[in-house]
Design a protein around this ligand. Sequence first.
Ligand SMILES: Cc1ncc(COP(=O)(O)O)c(C=O)c1O
Length: 403
Amino acid sequence: MLKTAKMPNGFKNEYDKVLPRIRQGKAQDLYVFEPAFDGPQAGTSKYDGKDVIMLTSNNYLGLSTHPEIIKAIKKAVDKYGTGTCGARLHNGTTVLHKQLEEKIAEYFRTESAMIVSAGYLANVSALSTLCNDSDSVIITDQLNHMSIVDGIAMSNAKVKIFSHNNMEKLEYILQKSQEFQRKLIVVDGVYSMDGDIACLDEIVELAEKYDAAVMVDEAHSIGFFGETGRGTSEHFKLEDKVAIKMATFSKSLAGVGGCIASDKDTIDYLKHQAHQYIFNASLPPAVVAGVLKSFEIMEKETWRREKLWDNTIRFRKGLKELGFNTMNSISPIIPIYIGDDNTNMHMTKELLNRGVYIATAIFPSVPMNKSRLRTTITASLSSEEIDRALDIMGEVGRRFGVI
Ligand SMILES: Cc1ncc(COP(=O)(O)O)c(C=O)c1O
């Protein structure tokens, strides 16, 4: 028997602004969120007893099923047990946590690094802690990820937003921000809904001119952007000009957690001031062991990032030949612009029925009526899987009048 207490009407009234649309979607069999997969993230995954080609997974390098990583995780569980049952500054640090921080600093070629329990928390911790008073200004691209938006909301800094990649606007804001003691420009390296990248070369130039620090979210670039895969900072050969690099372990590294890499003082300051580090239980040792092994494999098996880029080029070319609008994507995130939410959800449903999974991106992930099918390409996909998916997408696109 259920023993659910009822929420007071004040809450219900608020729910009524959101839930009718969701209930309607479910009633029309158009609800396309939280499909429950029954197996690992791979080129083809299992859903509802069927094989589906996975075209939305951040498992960019295909590491989520790597036998050596799985072995490292199992070994760590045997040695350390399940969780740390505490926060980092007290009982929540193991030898593995320290090793991973050293590895990240070495990887990003910074003096130091800090790990937290989610990529989301990494952004929130840096932004809400480093710029936390009225003498600070955070200057942010309009399309930055929600974890950046939320981190800024938690800070007490002045916030100034520039339209996406608009360098004239950025310079104008910097000119008008001279009175602030601390100026921080924050951008996504790769934009998660559009697949384009930050104009980091111009941003860094402006930052130097106006004495601002630059922070880059490398969530969708770590492992495959730049000559050795170290992200967009390396891609632009500006590793020594980006003061704060943020990354997540939940994508290329196939784990969970996040990090900030920076100079020693910034990391020491964060470790003793950031609430997300001090008041949050640390990552389970097994997760840390898996991420450590992922770094090792990522650096050793360089063919994975080559395969990822080959797959990306093959898929994007196929989409363009079919007539789909892939926006300005130049990364493995390839959005297919649809516009109308309803058409988007119908297409997602139809594609899933026909064995292709693509996440739907509608408001609030993207602006109202700018919905898109958001594909992400991985090294796990074979050429055959990509071509089969393109055939099915072509048929579905024609049926809905999108191409
Ligand atoms: C650009 C960007 N930054 C940060 C995050 C947060 O990372 P995580 O999901 O690992 O917490 C994401 C995840 O969606 C992201 O796309």
